[in-house]
Unconditional design. Structure first.
Length: 374
């Protein structure tokens, strides 16, 4: 969702709008408001949902240099946030840290009607969980906090979620759908008709599901299908450190899609074909915004692509499920999952253009199918 703000104290926040009792959802350390995206999607038709972006290490807009970020001050910050937005009868949902309990102390009592405490600090669980205990151990060691902070330096931690997919000759698209549906039916026979259920990357490649042989075999078969049908695998990731504006989907998704189009256009020109982008839909507002940005980019540069982005359901479109799997594998790798590194490299090696081609995009950038933006 689009971020609003900042408030007087410097907080950015998202707000679904609407009438009725307000739900305010607070995230934890090294997280941001996207933690609650799925929850908000399930509640927004019944309750207005507001998600502030707290200064816990993953916020996109810096706080003022003189901001007090002690625990009591953060609780006061949230109480003042409720006051500034004139929110009453709030259901305050708290994850990870224990700030919600403190909000009722410095003046938020008359605005908070309900507290929902989700996996957070309470009683002897302080700081919460294994991560909290490790933090205490680090603090007890000379230089421990400094060393812990250095863990945030690796490049993969600073990446935004990856977008990815693949190109395929139009004549081969039906074959891909048949072959991928056949692979689903072979490895997951108990799930029934493969056309009636969706394979999700998150249910296939996360650490625990990846231990299952059938998930690994399906990924290998998908790689074989992409090679067989003369596809090119594309991924685009963003280096968070080099961005100079708030990192929201409204700003990053068009940039990633334009980068993908720029390099895909090289392949289209090489084959003398007009390319077409087909994507999974995410939401009318974002999809419209991305489509307009892509159309402007294609038309202004006279690229050999159709200027419209076509949207389809991932549930009914096997190719989009394959694209989701491709993007998910690359995303896990840039997040530091080494177990998928070899598979990601083999996917990146799937491309239809000759290995010795020395092509550049319209802007003079070397052509690649594994794109690092910024």
């Amino acid at each position: 969702m689009r971020l609003e703000g900042p408030t007087a104290a410097g907080l950015m926040y998202s707000d679904t709008g609407g009438d009725g009792p307000v739900v305010v959802l607070l995230h934890g350390l090294l997280m941001n408001g996207t933690l609650w995206d799925t929850v908000v999607d399930g509640l927004r038709d019944r309750y207005p949902c507001i998600v502030p972006e707290l200064p816990f290490g993953a916020h996109t807009t810096p706080m003022p240099d003189d901001a007090d970020l002690s625990l009591p001050a953060l609780a006061t910050l949230i109480a003042e946030f409720l006051t500034e937005l004139d929110l009453h009868h709030v259901t305050l949902v708290r994850n990870d840290w224990g700030g919600a309990q403190l909000v009722i102390s410095p003046g938020g009592t008359d605005r908070v009607a309900n507290l929902v405490l989700v996996s957070c600090e309470a009683f002897d669980n302080y700081p919460p969980g294994l991560a909290g205990r490790l933090l205490c151990r680090s603090a007890a060691l000379p230089g421990g906090i400094f060393l812990t902070a250095q863990l945030l330096r690796p490049r993969w931690i600073r990446h935004l979620p990856v977008i990815g997919g693949f190109s395929i000759p139009a004549a081969s698209a039906p074959a891909l759908s048949r072959k991928f549906a056949g692979a689903k039916a072979h490895f997951f026979a108990s799930r029934g008709d493969p056309a009636k259920w969706e394979l999700k990357a998150t249910e296939t490649i996360r650490p625990n599901p990846w231990k299952r042989r059938k998930n690994r075999d399906l990924a290998e078969e998908t790689l074989r299908i992409l090679r067989l049908l003369n596809c090119t695998v594309y991924t685009v990731s963003i280096n968070k450190k080099r961005m100079h504006h708030p990192m929201t989907l409204e700003t990053t998704a068009p940039l990633q899609m334009q980068a993908l189009v720029e390099h895909f256009a090289v392949e289209c020109a090489h084959h003398g074909e007009t390319g077409l982008i087909v994507s999974d839909w995410s939401g009318y507002g974002l999809d419209t915004h991305v489509s307009q940005c892509v159309a402007s980019f294609v038309l202004s540069r006279r690229l050999p692509l159709h200027p419209s982005v076509y949207y389809a359901s991932s549930l009914t479109t096997q190719a989009i499920q394959v694209a989701d799997l491709v993007a998910g594998i690359r995303r896990r790798v840039v997040e530091g999952d080494r177990r998928l590194g070899a598979l990601s490299a083999r996917l990146a090696a799937v491309h239809a253009l000759p290995n010795n081609i020395n092509a550049t995009t319209h802007s003079g950038r070397p052509y690649t199918n594994e794109i690092d933006l910024f």
